[in-house]
Ligand binder design. Structure first.
Ligand code: GTP
Ligand code: MG
Length: 329
């Protein structure tokens, strides 16, 4: 076991920014921003407008075009059908829907699907344990670094557990984040049992009276049964020391994966009870629509969104802001 505190190097990457409208809304709370002028050319509404161009009203014939636009925006078939049914009822009754009214109705329908209560941390059961899961390369470790910084800034004592023992580089990466955020990182050697790392991390957190524990896990293919079982084992091991833990199981999804995110979510839910979703890389895609389908179909809140590789590029999901961005003109 080691306690590490050394500084990481910053690795800037430049992503093609196609979802500037969403990104900029989430970024507006940041102290400084180097982003350019927001472009609305890719908002969901802009796409819908294109598909219904020249029409002042929506009738039965144009509803199909609208349906296609929603599916193309990665909202998911089932959720699209749900939204469409509401609009169809209206059109059947009134014969048509004004385009202006369509915008308001869609916004309202989508906002309803995205409204979830998010429980606050129970201060009576500290340490609060967060297990972070997801497929390879979605941004788990980076998200943990960002969360560590966020909690640290809020005055919490944070401990990180490097339970991704699959590669030495993964342990090193978390150590660097630990350093950058001045957070203790608990490690075992490469190839050690991930559950053993989780166990030691919780033990240390109890001993050191930490407030927040965040456990990193190896990226795993949701189709590999053994790897998914390993996740269940990590969860059970944590519960041996703190029966109510993990208090949160966050599933990290890469926004650029679009519809595959649904399949991933379903598979991870079989292994562990997912309490919240983190959608990363919203800065690199126009596929933010998947957030709507995930929340609607799985009834799991999107808790955070990641909008870059920097330590501050994480934001609490805000329904109002998200819907505003989707419908920006
Ligand atoms: N643009 C952008 N890049 C991100 C974001 N989050 C993570 N990344 C980058 O995505 C890559 C993978 O991130 P990691 O945090 O290593 O992902 P991981 O899920 O831990 O990966 P494995 O442990 O290998 O499964 C890195 O280059 C990150 O810098 C984000 O919100 N936006
Ligand atoms: Mg990782």
């Amino acid at each position: 076991m080691q306690y590490i505190t050394h500084t990481a190097l910053f690795k800037p990457h430049h992503y093609h920014k196609t979802f500037m409208n969403i990104l900029n809304l989430f970024k507006k709370n940041k102290a400084t921003t180097t982003e350019g002028i927001p472009s609305s050319s890719n908002s969901l509404w802009t796409k819908i407008q294109k598909s219904i161009a020249g029409k002042a009203t929506i009738d039965e014939d144009t509803l199909d075009t609208l349906e296609e636009a929603l599916i193309a925006a990665d909202i998911g078939v089932e959720t699209t059908i749900k939204v469409m049914e509401k609009l169809e009822t209206h059109v059947a009754h009134h014969k048509y829907l004004h385009v202006d009214e369509l915008k308001g109705r869609l916004q309202q329908e989508i906002a309803t699907l995205l409204t979830f209560p998010i429980a606050a941390i129970d201060e009576t059961t500290l340490p609060h344990v967060i297990l972070v899961t997801g497929v390879n390369g979605v941004g788990k470790t980076t998200t943990i670094g960002k969360l560590a910084a966020m909690y640290q800034k809020a005055g919490k004592k944070v401990i990180l557990g490097a339970a991704d023992t699959f590669r030495a580089a993964a342990i090193e990466q978390l150590k660097r984040w630990g350093e950058r955020t001045d957070t203790t990182v608990i490690t075992h050697p490469t190839q050690a049992d991930p559950s053993a790392v989780a166990y030691t991390t919780i033990q240390q957190a109890l001993q050191q009276q930490a407030d927040i524990v965040i456990i990193d896990t190896a990226g795993r293919l949701h189709t590999k049964v053994n790897l998914m079982h390993e996740l269940t084992k990590i969860q059970r091991t944590i519960a041996k020391l703190i029966p109510t833990a993990p208090h949160e199981v966050l599933l990290v999804l890469d926004a650029t994966t679009g519809q595959n995110a649904m399949i991933q979510t379903a598979a991870f839910m079989q292994a562990t009870p997912i309490t919240g979703i983190v959608v990363t890389k919203l800065d690199g895609t126009a596929k933010g629509g998947m957030v709507i389908g995930i929340m609607d179909q799985f009834h799991i809140p999107v808790k955070y969104v990641g909008s870059g590789e920097g330590v501050d590029d994480i934001h609490r999901f805000d329904t109002q802001q998200f819907v505003e961005a989707l419908f920006q003109e």
